[in-house]
Write a protein that binds this ligand. Structure first.
Ligand code: GLU
Length: 405
């Protein structure tokens, strides 16, 4: 009995599970469900395909900036010593740009490692070769650099200016005249004049000494003194007396002409000498630079500027070498970034150098990054925050306010 019931139950279950009988019984209902499922599947697949089309490959390859910031710590930051933006004390780096970078890194919440390069071109090629993530120093934003790199928002307003030796620029007319008095050319002129005066005095003494109304006494002394005085005064076109004898008068006329020529020659050479000194000593603007040797750093914007203006450039790796070239007179001037020159003139170069003329060309410094760097946006964001919260100003005051030096 129990077996019969069990067999019946199994048959019943088997019948219910059979797809045919299930289909038969729910044929209409299933048709509707299947089409709903089919449409849902097609819809889902198309949505996924559409999403993939829109987003790939760009987003699939590019990680979120925030993600990559976390991935690449510590960030490698290239820099170059250029006081007061970057100073090195036994390998310990400080300066405006270093302080600013540290504040930016703190704002973003990123670890970084500073790597020193010896020149801006070297720093730039390290960025090009992806050896570092970015660079900060006193790097000018230029159209040419912008072609191959990205820059942050400007971090400092700068510009090119001229620096000269202090002595030279302070040369007024007075020391120039003193120099002229002790110049060998003047001593030569005076020597020649003295010889001529002595010769002319003897001729005049000889021709006038026997004349009864003559201006010169018969005896050699003091007669020759009077003759020398007359010759000197006539040479300087200031004679107060004239010889009375015919020969004496003839000699006087010739001597007066020699005097006129001598004064003209002396005036001309003195004027030329003063003018030349004036030209050599006075560098006041870019117009005074052609023909001069101007020192600056290799590959800098200043070097490009000078070459564009056909001025001969002495390019050195470090700015300190340019200062040295100026002091040792290997260069007549230094053209470089105004804040760097002003810092030197106010510290080590105090009393030795002088900044002249106005800014030749305005430039702005920026943080240099490879093209499409994911760090640019967070850096700009941090920079703006630092400007808005006063940190930037306090760093500026720390390094550039004369009260703090
Ligand atoms: N502002 C200059 C430049 O970017 C600095 C050059 C240097 O540091 O030598 O070219």
């Amino acid at each position: 009995m129990i077996n019969a019931i069990a067999t019946k139950f199994r048959q019943l279950i088997a019948a219910r599970k059979s797809p045919i009988s299930y289909f038969d019984r729910h044929n209409h209902k299933n048709k509707t469900k299947r089409s709903i499922a089919l449409y849902t599947c097609v819809g889902l697949v198309s949505a996924i395909l559409a999403l993939l089309l829109i987003t790939s490959p760009g987003l699939a390859q590019k990680p979120e900036p925030q993600q990559s910031l976390k991935l690449q710590q510590p960030l490698l930051v290239a820099t170059r010593v250029i006081p007061p933006f970057v100073l090195s004390n036994k390998g310990e780096l400080s300066g405006f740009s270093i302080d600013l970078w540290r504040s930016i890194a703190t704002q973003i919440g990123i670890e970084s490692k500073l790597i020193e390069y010896s020149s801006v071109p070297e720093l730039i090629s390290a960025i090009k070769d992806n050896k570092v993530n970015l660079g900060i120093a006193a790097i000018s934003i230029t159209a040419e650099r912008e072609q191959n790199f990205d820059f942050s928002l400007p971090i400092f307003a700068s510009g090119l200016q001229i620096m000269v030796r202090n002595l030279e620029s302070k040369n007024s007319a007075f020391p120039n005249i003193l120099q002229l008095f002790f110049s060998t050319s003047l001593l030569q002129v005076i020597g020649v004049a003295l010889v001529l005066i002595v010769i002319a005095a003897h001729i005049i003494w000889l021709s006038e000494r026997n004349h009864k109304e003559g201006m010169i006494s018969e005896s050699y002394f003091p007669g020759i003194f009077k003759a020398c005085w007359w010759a000197a005064a006539t040479l300087a076109t200031q004679a107060d007396e004239m010889p009375k004898g015919v020969l004496g008068r003839f000699i006087a006329i010739v001597w007066m002409f020699i005097g006129v020529l001598f004064v003209a020659y002396f005036t001309a050479s003195a004027t030329t000498s003063l003018t030349v000194q004036q030209l050599q000593g006075d560098i006041r603007s870019i117009d005074d630079l052609p023909g001069k040797v101007v020192a600056t750093t290799a590959g800098s914007t200043a070097a490009t500027y000078l070459r564009e203006h056909h001025i001969s450039v002495l390019e050195v790796p470090k700015i300190e070498e340019a200062y040295k070239a100026l002091q040792t007179k290997k260069a007549d001037a230094v053209v470089f970034d105004a804040p760097v020159l002003l810092f030197y003139a106010a510290n080590e170069g105090k009393g030795k150098v002088e900044i002249v003329g106005s800014i030749l060309r305005e430039e702005s410094y920026g943080i240099i990054l490879p093209n499409n760097s994911p760090y640019r946006k967070p850096i700009n964001q941090a920079l703006l925050n630092l400007k808005e919260n006063g940190t930037y100003q306090s760093l500026y005051d720390k390094w550039f306010d004369p009260k703090n030096s």
